[in-house]
Design a protein around this ligand. Sequence first.
Ligand SMILES: NC(=O)c1ccc[n+]([C@@H]2O[C@H](COP(=O)([O-])OP(=O)(O)OC[C@H]3O[C@@H](n4cnc5c(N)ncnc54)[C@H](OP(=O)(O)O)[C@@H]3O)[C@@H](O)[C@H]2O)c1
Length: 331
Amino acid sequence: MKAALYTEYGGPEVVRIGDIPRPRPGKGEILVRVGAAGVTTADWRLRAAAFPGLFTALAGRLMFGIFGPRNPVLGGEFAGTVAEVGAEVTGFAPGDRVFGFAMRGAHAEYMTMPARGAVLQTPEGLSDTEAASLPFGSLCALEFLDRFAGVKPGERVLILGASGGVGVHAVQVAAALGAHVTGVASAAREGLVRGLGAAEFVDYRTTPPASLTGPYDVIFDTVGALGYPEAAPMLAMGGRFVPLNFGLADMGQMRRARRNGHRVILKVSGDSRGGLERITAMLAEGKLRPVIDREYPFSEIRAAHEHVESRSRKGSVVLRIADRKHLRAAA
Ligand SMILES: NC(=O)c1ccc[n+]([C@@H]2O[C@H](COP(=O)([O-])OP(=O)(O)OC[C@H]3O[C@@H](n4cnc5c(N)ncnc54)[C@H](OP(=O)(O)O)[C@@H]3O)[C@@H](O)[C@H]2O)c1
């Protein structure tokens, strides 16, 4: 089967389409014929070994390969069709349309996935591209805003990077939780961000986030624009600062934040099946919708990586894996 492979860390050029054996589903696993898969910030960070901060860089290399990637196939969020089921799998059958989030392996024609993992039947009416655009950002947004930060109705939530891969979902999730949302991105994104549920919008190019006054109950920083020292003056009493990327310096701020009546929340997303069930319910209730910035044929995966790494976009970036046109040329 065709897969996007990388065997060294580097720029988008280290990714190439090649042939590897089709995986076989083990006990408790399903084999998915991938229809579409997202290219996320996690993918370019793993491809480039661009782990923010010294501590994260060390931990990242230990987890994913010290001198080069341990696993050659990237790709977390996916949608497709069950091709085979392994022994002892219940709840899925060949032909079922599914979507979900895996640790790796979605940038390939086939992938295996634990049947009890973060995978569900694709909701009626969603295309593979739409379904594959959701898991990374929406699971992260739900986990951080609801579970970790505990956003309550009426709270004021500032979302930095509101048009990004996580941001477009975070605005919708925060609004669904009943928050008064302020979204931060560049001016051209204002209509999109307000349309997703933000009551207020800030253009970071004319108003630097550190100059905002708030007060906010939750500051969700998907970009790395602020540290706790800049966030503290704009946090209300009981406020939570939630940076998605963090290092040792942020850990050092946790005690100071407690003294100020704040919390600095430093966590890693769990990407659970339960989270995916809630995402599916929110879709059905019309509280969440896919936001797709660009679609690329599988053969143009390098261009997709480049675009995602630019850190300027309006929603998810998705590869049409089932689109086999030009694959031979890209190999
Ligand atoms: N801790 C965890 O478990 C976890 C889980 C998931 C993700 N993450 C991390 O979360 C981060 C978020 O990823 P993402 O895919 O959402 O990022 P992204 O798509 O690259 O974010 C782009 C967004 O940031 C905006 N932006 C750029 N510069 C800005 C600035 N100076 N101030 C405010 N906004 C700015 C962009 O606006 P314009 O487009 O208008 O320029 C756009 O809205 C990644 O670094 C990822 O590694 C962590």
